[in-house]
Design a protein around this ligand. Structure first.
Ligand code: SOE
Length: 397
């Protein structure tokens, strides 16, 4: 481990693999976290890794990394690296994360954990072995760390919703509605594992299970690929933007995934994930109803949580808009004076905060790789069910 800092805290060197949209979001978190939160360890943004030497050097400058490199194997072998942050497409998560854990590095890995249940199982095995040596691993489901979502979990845990009966989760985007939008990696099964299902459906599966404290035990699903062929990729434009060439290739993933679900604690739910919902930009909505109350969360108003207390007298009961901006709310005391809102990027800062807290104190962070594997089993059950004309498919939970 690297030497301690002036404040007596250990200073941990971070290597981030990949620097596209998620790499940029994670970089923002690494830059901010130590200035906002009081942490048991310091994190140094040591090196960012990518395949193209010029592009990754430019990314290091832009995003605030001390160095850049092109060979992740060399980087994870370095003594000055303590943490590896995996921000690559899903096809390399298992290889990089397992190698990093075996090299004794703590690992933060983007979601979904892997492209298949098999790979995720191998990652869980590697994480279990690493944990015996105090090396920790976490999967990056950042939306759990939106304060209103964490608060929703707290309300359920405190019993304010009673027995959970209904879950309604939708994640609606529209960035590939145009049939001429090119064949980026998120539309290729060998790179992404699945389409809307793994990219955004994984988020609502994790969120619904986290907030309810229940696991999805079975599903009946259907998936659809509306646009079967697209222009091959000519160039990436940052964020999710891209331009196409005149040649075309097949789309090998789902464009939309819908499913019914049963939960281990008796709740039932519906899920919908699509990147074809014209007009919906990042429309993630979670509604939960229980015997004593209900909540509704909408990512497009992420500082708010709608809460209905069904035990109140009917004359004045009803949904209340909780503004989740107060120091009493999860994570908020570290930010601005009461009433001042935060945004999308803060969920990544909170994620890195919780990860560093776990590394500093030696506690297992959540969601663990085992939690990531369990989400992967749900995604797998959805695909199995959809391929068998929506046959009811247990997840194993
Ligand atoms: C693209 O659909 C995407 O960037 C996802 O990959 C992210 O996980 C989600 O946070 C926003 O949308």
């Amino acid at each position: 481990m690297a030497a301690g800092t002036g404040a007596g805290r250990r200073s941990l060197g971070v290597a981030m693999i990949g620097y596209a949209f998620m790499g940029e979001a994670h970089s923002q978190a690494w830059r901010t976290v130590g200035r906002v939160f009081d942490l048991p360890v310091d994190a140094r943004m040591q090196v960012v890794v990518g395949r193209d030497a010029d592009k990754v050097a430019a990314a290091a400058d832009r995003l605030g990394w001390a160095e850049s490199a092109t060979d992740w194997r060399e980087v994870i072998a370095r003594d000055d690296i303590d943490i590896v942050d995996v921000c690559t497409p899903g096809d390399s998560h298992a290889e990089i994360a397992i190698a990093a854990l075996e090299a004794g590095k703590h690992v933060l890995c983007e979601k979904p954990l892997a492209n298949t249940v098999y790979e995720a199982t191998q990652m869980v095995d590697a994480a279990a072995h690493a944990a015996e040596h105090g090396v920790l691993a976490m999967v990056a489901f950042n939306y759990r760390r939106v304060p209103a979502v964490t608060l929703a979990r707290q309300l359920v845990e405190e019993g304010r919703l009673g027995e959970i009966r209904h879950v309604r989760a939708t994640y609606l985007q529209d960035w590939i509605t145009d049939p001429e939008f090119p064949l980026v990696w998120r539309l290729q099964k060998d790179k992404a594992g699945s389409g809307a299902l793994g990219d955004i459906g994984a988020h609502i599966v994790d969120m619904a299970q986290y907030v309810t404290g229940q696991r999805i035990s079975g599903v009946s699903a259907l998936t659809e690929t509306f646009i079967k062929e697209r222009p091959l990729l000519a160039s990436l434009e940052g964020g999710l933007g891209a331009t196409g060439s005149s040649e075309r290739g097949p789309v090998t993933v789902d464009d939309a995934a819908l499913f019914l679900a049963r939960f281990s604690g008796g709740a039932i739910g519906t899920f919908e994930a699509t990147r074809f919902a014209a007009g919906h930009k990042n429309g993630l909505r979670l509604e939960i109803e229980g015997s004593k109350g209900s909540i509704a969360f909408d990512m497009e108003s992420l500082n708010e949580l709608q809460f209905h207390d069904h035990t109140e007298p009917a004359v004045s009961a009803g949904f209340r808009r909780l503004l989740v901006t107060e120091p009493e709310h999860p994570y908020m005391a570290a930010w601005w004076p009461p009433g001042h809102i935060i945004g999308y990027e803060h969920s990544f800062t909170h994620e890195v905060r919780d990860f560093l807290e776990a590394v500093g104190t030696g506690q297992q962070p959540t969601p663990s790789f085992a939690d990531g594997l369990q989400v992967q089993r749900v995604l797998d059950a959805v695909e199995t069910s959809a391929a068998a004309e929506s046959r009811w498919t247990p997840t194993g939970d």
